[in-house]
Ligand binder design. Structure first.
Ligand SMILES: Cc1cc2nc3c(=O)[nH]c(=O)nc-3n(C[C@H](O)[C@H](O)[C@H](O)COP(=O)(O)O)c2cc1C
Length: 210
């Protein structure tokens, strides 16, 4: 099938949303944990987490502001400057998906969707206990993306929790062992299978196609 810009424009809103949300390929499956000034916690599934730099270690995610609905995650980040990013594992996908429902501010998705809050010293924002690979971040800046009316929320990693068995001597993380999942569109979940690992690519090492 071929679709031109005008074909895409003419589609029903839901079909367009489904297609365009899938075309970027597999996205990382994460839950963002936050807490407001009154200790009300919040958890939201987010598939747009992206690496922005290793030193300092920056990650960002895209927030799609909705004029009609409050965005609790972002409100909480603005209130106390902290958030956690927690990889979703295969046994958690259904509960994780449920966090995208529009719960009231005074309802915590941790409790409602069956997750356990986990805290570490000197970091007041909750991690997801059931998640194996997780990070605690401090908000650095938010960048408005004018063309799409979205916001990139950027944080610096302060704490990183990785299963020993998933981390190699050289620092490679095996997402298979961590049981992290991928997401396509807004409702399809994928298991990840590691199918290769190669040394840093250099022009003087020639590799011919098989
Ligand atoms: C699979 C999936 C991925 C999602 N990814 C994002 C995302 O990257 N950015 C975003 O703003 N919302 C995303 N959402 C929607 C949020 O999870 C949803 O709006 C949620 O209610 C936000 O929670 P909050 O209002 O408590 O912050 C996603 C939803 C699903 C089901």
């Amino acid at each position: 099938m071929y679709l031109s810009a005008s074909n895409i424009k003419k589609m029903s809103r839901v079909k367009r949303l489904n297609i365009i949300n899938s075309v970027s390929g597999v996205k990382p499956g994460n839950l963002i944990g936050t807490k407001d000034q009154n200790s009300q916690t919040n958890l939201a599934i987010i598939s747009s987490v992206v690496h922005l730099g290793s030193n300092p270690p920056y990650l960002g995610f895209i927030l799609r502001p909705d004029q009609n609905v409050r965005r609790h995650t972002y409100e909480n980040i603005l209130e106390n400057g902290l958030f956690t990013i927690n990889h979703i594992t295969s046994n958690l996908i259904e509960q994780a998906h449920y966090t995208s429902a529009k719960f009231e501010k005074n309802i915590s998705e941790f409790k409602k969707c069956g997750f356990t809050e986990e805290y570490i010293e000197d970091f007041s924002t909750p991690f997801v206990k059931e998640s194996k690979l997780k990070m605690g971040l401090i908000h650095e800046e938010s960048v408005t993306i004018k063309s799409s009316g979205t916001l990139m929320v950027i944080g610096r990693i302060l704490h990183l929790i990785v299963p020993d068995t998933a981390l190699s001597e050289e620092g490679h993380i095996d997402l298979n062992i961590a049981d992290s999942v991928g997401i396509s569109g807004l409702n399809s979940y994928y298991a990840l299978d590691k199918i290769g690992q190669f040394p840093f690519a250099r022009v003087d090492i020639e590799k011919k196609p098989n």
